[in-house]
Design a protein around this ligand. Structure first.
Ligand SMILES: NC(=O)c1ccc[n+]([C@@H]2O[C@H](COP(=O)([O-])OP(=O)(O)OC[C@H]3O[C@@H](n4cnc5c(N)ncnc54)[C@H](O)[C@@H]3O)[C@@H](O)[C@H]2O)c1
Ligand SMILES: [Zn+2]
Length: 371
């Protein structure tokens, strides 16, 4: 089959590779129909997250059709239209059972990487390097999905592929950012980063009761989408004093909730966004960190965070756990992620697509590949 392979830092190529096969009884093979780029791919491509090996297949946000199942699969079958979230869960451990599949005890066959770095092994994930199990990603014609009864989420009829594909990544990730912040009615929520994840965090913050949402970025096209599509007040942090602007927009208090939807590839330094969030957040407010971070962070303002009485919530989302609720919001017309797909290209053009996404040219929010 054809797949987009990482061959070294910033070296991506579409190549012929062997088709995936059923390896465990709970596996399925899924024929990919759409596979989206995601901000989480960027540190893998650039070597900032140094856990890739040459030949690894990228891609972690996808929709497809089940074409083959292993003998232990009970609830999914040939022809099912499914989305699959990045984090792989076994479905049986205490974490999977409580909606935290990314922390799964059983899905990462190489837990020693995260055990030595983090103290405990994390779960596996598609196309996310060898610290997360070395699973082949979805920028390919076919993908092996382990524990498919748990990880293959059926898409309700009537929701088109172009909308549903984002319920595997940007939508549940943005929702988790807003949900874990425990927004109260009347809160003002500031979101750093207006990429696909930030857009969905802003929209979901509104749905969860925020009275006002502020979207912070420095790309005019993304700020415009934040305003027009996600109902946010846009703020270009390179044109204002961010602290002063946020205080002025919140009656001198500061935002009640600050969300990091930028992560480790923040322009400036990795810590810039988190430091700004601590400084700008109102006393007693909440920080919600959904952006990916991998190693250590320098100069975290612990004193300010403690003495302002901030609450910090963070962690990877569980796309499986919230899918039904999110499909419901899409079905009722309250949420529409389809505008994230600014480009739909053949898989053959995937290397060029990543170049466009990384350099944020041609107003690219997300490019989606169709094998
Ligand atoms: N844990 C998960 O499962 C998961 C899933 C998806 C995304 N994520 C993470 O969420 C984050 C966002 O993902 P995305 O797909 O929207 O990424 P993206 O790259 O499309 O968007 C990031 C945005 O941040 C903006 N930005 C960069 N530096 C900034 C700064 N200093 N201040 C303000 N804005 C800045 C960029 O202009 C861009 O618009 C990433 O860290 C990604 O890894 C996590
Ligand atoms: Zn598990």
């Amino acid at each position: 089959m054809k797949a987009l392979c990482w061959n070294g830092i910033d070296d991506l190529r579409v190549e012929r590779v062997p088709d995936p096969a059923i390896l465990d009884p709970g596996d399925a093979i899924v024929r990919v129909r759409l596979s989206s780029v995601c901000g989480s791919d960027l540190p893998l491509i650039s070597g900032r997250m140094p856990t890739m090996k040459p030949g690894d297949i990228l891609g972690r946000e996808f929709l497809g059709e089940v074409v083959e199942t292993g003998p232990a699969v009970r609830h999914r079958g040939r022809g099912d239209r499914v989305i699959v979230a990045a984090a792989i869960g076994c479905g049986k451990c205490r974490f999977c059972q409580t909606g935290r599949s990314a922390l799964c005890d059983n899905s990462n066959p190489q837990p020693e990487w995260t055990e030595s770095a983090y103290g405990h092994g994390t779960g596996g994930a598609f196309g996310s390097g060898h610290a997360f199990g070395g699973y082949a990603g979805s920028h390919a014609e076919y993908v092996r999905v382990p524990f498919v009864d748990h990880n293959g989420i059926r898409v309700p009829d009537g929701i088109p592929d172009e909308t549903a594909v984002f319920v595997s990544g940007a939508v549940p990730t943005g929702f988790a950012a807003a949900d874990m912040a425990r927004i109260e009615p009347g809160d003002v929520v500031a979101v750093w980063g207006c990429g696909g994840v930030g857009q969905m965090a802003m929209r979901c913050a509104r749905l969860l009761g925020a009275a006002g949402v502020i979207g912070i970025d420095r790309r005019p096209d993304r700020l415009e989408a934040a305003q027009m599509k996600a109902g946010a007040e846009p703020l270009d942090d390179t044109r204002v004093d961010l602290f002063d602007a946020l205080q002025a927009m919140t009656g001198g208090r500061g935002p009640d909730v600050c969300i990091d939807a930028v992560g480790m590839t923040a322009e400036g330094t990795e810590g810039a966004v988190l430091r700004a969030m601590v400084a700008c957040c109102r006393k007693g407010g909440t920080l919600s960190v959904i952006g990916d971070h991998a190693g250590h962070m320098d100069r975290f303002p612990m004193g300010a965070a403690v003495n302002k009485g901030l609450t910090i919530r963070m962690g990877p989302p569980d796309g499986r756990h919230t899918a039904e609720r999110l499909f419901g919001l899409i079905g009722s017309g309250d949420l529409d992620p389809s505008y994230l797909m600014t480009h739909k290209w053949p898989l053959d053009d995937a290397a060029r697509g990543y170049h466009m996404f990384r350099t944020r040219t041609d107003n690219c929010m997300r490019v989606v590949f169709a094998p």
